[in-house]
Structures are given as C-alpha cells and as structure tokens.
Design a protein around this ligand. Structure first.
Ligand code: LLP
Length: 392
C-alpha cells in the first residue's frame, strides 16, 4: 500500500482512484434505470471528497443546516439538495427555505405544521416529501435500523393520512412525494425488496397519485463488504432489485441517498503502533488511533479489516486497541497480524465512511488529518479546518 511517509499519525488516507471508480459504477448503474442519487454528506464531509462527488453531478442528502450550507458551498445545486432529520430547528428550516432546496424530508405531522408556518412567515412555498416509517426490518445493527415502529424516524402509517391532508390544505406546502430510509449497512437485498412491496402498498392504499407526487426517495443503506475492502458494492444488483420490485407510476422520479456505499472503500485509517504489550493470556497492540478516529467498532461492534503494512514477520494473535481511556476502545480482538512491533504502521481498512465524519475530541485528542493518493497525486490537507470554516 502506498502511504505518504514522514507524516504524523494517525491520519486518514483516501485513494481517489477508488473513489472515482465507485462513483462511476454507481452513476452508470443508476443511469440504467433513470434513478437519481443524492450523496449522504454525513458519511464523509471532507471537502476533497465532496468536491469530487459534486463534480460528478450527484445531489446531496443533508441532515443539518450546516450540511446544507456545506453542500451548497461544495457546488451541489440547491435543486438537488434534500434535507432530512427528526429535529430540524426553526433556523435550519428557514435557512433551507431561503436556499430553495429540492425538498425537506419531513419526519412528523408536528414538523410539517412548523414548516408550513415558517414558510408562510417567509412567504415562500416549502417543497416537502413525507418520510414514512414503513415498519421494515433492515437486518442490520439495531443502532442503524431506522424503519421500525420503535424508531424515532419518519411518520407512522397511522398518521400518514393526516400528513397528506395537511399538505393538501396548506398553500405553503408543495407536496413532492414520499421518502423512506430503513437503515444502513444492509447486506441482503431482501429488506429492500420488502421496502418496495411496502411502498407499492402504501402508494395504493393512501392514493398517493391524487396528491400529484413527482418523486419517491428510497433513502440509502446499501452495505459494503468490510471483510473484503477491495470489493466495491454491486450497484447494478441493488438497482435492478429495486426496479424489479417497485410498482409505482413510471413518471415518478426515483431517488436514493447513498452514503457509505459511495465512499467506504476509498479510505483507510493509518495508525502507528505505540506499544505491543504482553498480557497474561494475550498480547495487545496499542495503536495511536482509537475510537476517537474510528468510533464504529466501539459503537456498533463493527469489524474493520486491519493490515500491518510495514511488517512481514510470522503471524501472531493480538487484540488491537487504542489509547483512549475507555474499555470499549478496541478495534479488533484476537486477530492474526504479522509479528508486530513498536513503530509499525497499521491500515484500518474501509474507513472512507463514518470514520472521519464521526471524529471526536474526547480525551482532548488532536485532530487527525487526511491525505490523498491516486488521481495523479499525493497531497494532504487539514480538511477539518477547511470544512469547518464553511459552517456557521
Ligand atoms: N438517508 C438517511 C435519511 C440517513 O439517515 C442515512 C444514514 C443515509 C441516507 C445514508 O445511509 P447509508 O447509505 O450511508 O447507509 N454511523 C453509522 C451509520 C449511520 C447511518 C445514519 N443514516 C455507521 O457508522 O455505521
């Protein structure tokens, strides 16, 4: 693996060739079905990454006012920006209205009333898709399941009629269609098939066509293979399953909000071994990156492949842990690595999504920076500072 040398660890290393390949594959597959993709900025808002994605013509999926600002700043056209979230503040709603985004993904009747009220105050009609909670089991970790009755997301089916009526009655709401998002890191196509069947049923039962919809947004969720970081997601397979199972009028534009699947495999977290500590039953590799740079193992018991990129010694078993004062600060237990010593570099793979964007300052940690290979260059930036300079 090609890594810049003499750079302070830990750092995020992005391979832009992989990013380009992933984006091209996603666009080509979506194009086969006339589908539109909005990139979910929450997966990674590094400006080098988002600049590339906006240049390809993707839309943006945002979950905060700052993400809306950042998406516009990175060149995503306002008419390709959607804005979801169960707790949009009045200021965020006003800000999105002023910027003429494609639509709000509205998550409750209560929010719809506030959007209508703020739209009237601003004398601007708000474009709205209703996010419906379809009660579909996503078969993923419970913390990234969003489409069950117990989850806070979306409008429950029992209140959808009320929400639709409100859209019809309010002159300040322009109803665009329905939105769904059932969860993240979904590896089987079965939940997506189930989602399509639910959408078909809801479309009929609630006579959605009578409200003049123009779009259906099926959210994100397509998973990546964390045990094979070189394998890119099969976008063609994903979209073909959707196309086979969706039965709504053909003039309705179908949108997706992909995050992880577009960026996960292009990034690694590079960390230096500080100590190998001999324990009673096992040896620990203590790395200089921890849950502050990659929270996923601690939060979702996620497993990322780890490679020692500087040693070719005989394999031994280790627990790979970080320096943070939490027992949950463990990247992997009992994994085989080539004989590992102080000073070795480890690559934690598939860190392009939900690693840098979830970076924490806990324990007063410094910020890990990011570097880029591929695209004909090796370059670094302190992207965090740059990104944060653009938010309010
Ligand atoms: N749309 C909505 C409304 C979402 O809530 C999400 C992700 C996405 C789209 C993008 O989903 P994706 O294509 O990335 O699965 N931090 C967690 C993942 C949280 C996902 C939150 N919502 C993790 O590291 O696994």
């Amino acid at each position: 693996m090609h890594t810049p040398s003499g750079i302070k660890t830990p750092y995020y290393l992005y391979n832009l060739d992989v990013l380009h390949r992933t984006l091209q594959a996603a666009l080509a597959a979506a194009g086969n079905y006339g589908y539109h993709i909005h990139y979910a900025l929450k997966a990674n808002h590094n400006p080098v990454i988002t600049d590339i994605i906006s240049n390809y013509g993707f839309g943006a999926d945002c979950v905060s006012g700052n993400e809306v600002t950042e998406a516009l700043h990175r060149g995503f056209p306002a008419q390709k920006v959607v804005f979801a979230g169960v707790g949009k503040s009045d200021e965020e709603i006003q800000h999105a209205l002023e910027n003429d985004i494609l639509c709000f993904n509205c998550e409750s009747v209560e929010e719809l009333q506030i959007i209508s009220q703020i739209a009237e105050e601003c004398q601007k009609v708000a474009a709205v898709a209703l996010r419906v909670n379809p009660h579909v089991q996503a078969q993923t970790h419970k913390y990234i399941t969003t489409g069950l009755e117990e989850n806070k997301f979306g409008i429950q089916l029992s209140r959808l009629q009320e929400a639709l009526e409100l859209c019809r009655q309010s002159q300040w709401i322009d109803f665009k269609g329905l939105h769904f998002h059932i969860g993240s890191q979904i590896m089987s196509m079965q939940p997506f098939e189930e989602l399509c069947r639910k959408v078909n049923h809801i479309w009929q039962k609630f006579r959605i066509d009578e409200y003049n919809p123009v779009m259906l947004n099926l959210g994100g969720g397509l998973g990546v293979d964390y045990s094979n970081p070189d394998v890119l997601p099969d976008f063609e397979n994903f979209f073909s399953h959707i196309a086979k199972n969706l039965a709504i009028p053909s003039h309705i534009k179908v949108h997706f909000e992909l995050g992880r699947s577009l960026v996960a495999q292009c990034g690694s977290l590079i960390t230096k071994v500080l100590y190998t500590k001999e324990g009673n039953q096992k040896d620990f590799v203590i790395a200089d990156a921890g849950m502050t740079e990659l929270m996923r193992p601690a939060l979702y018991q996620a497993v990322h492949k780890i490679e020692n990129i500087t040693s070719e010694g005989a394999p031994a078993l280790y627990d790979v842990v970080g320096p943070i004062c939490e027992s949950s600060d463990v990247f992997a237990k009992n994994i085989a690595l080539p004989l590992t010593r102080r000073g070795d570099l480890l690559a934690v793979k598939s860190c392009g999504a939900y690693a840098e964007s979830m970076m924490l300052r806990y324990n007063m940690r410094g910020r890990a920076h990011s570097y880029f290979v591929g695209d004909g260059q090796i370059s670094g930036n302190s992207c965090r500072e740059e990104a944060e300079a653009t938010v309010q």
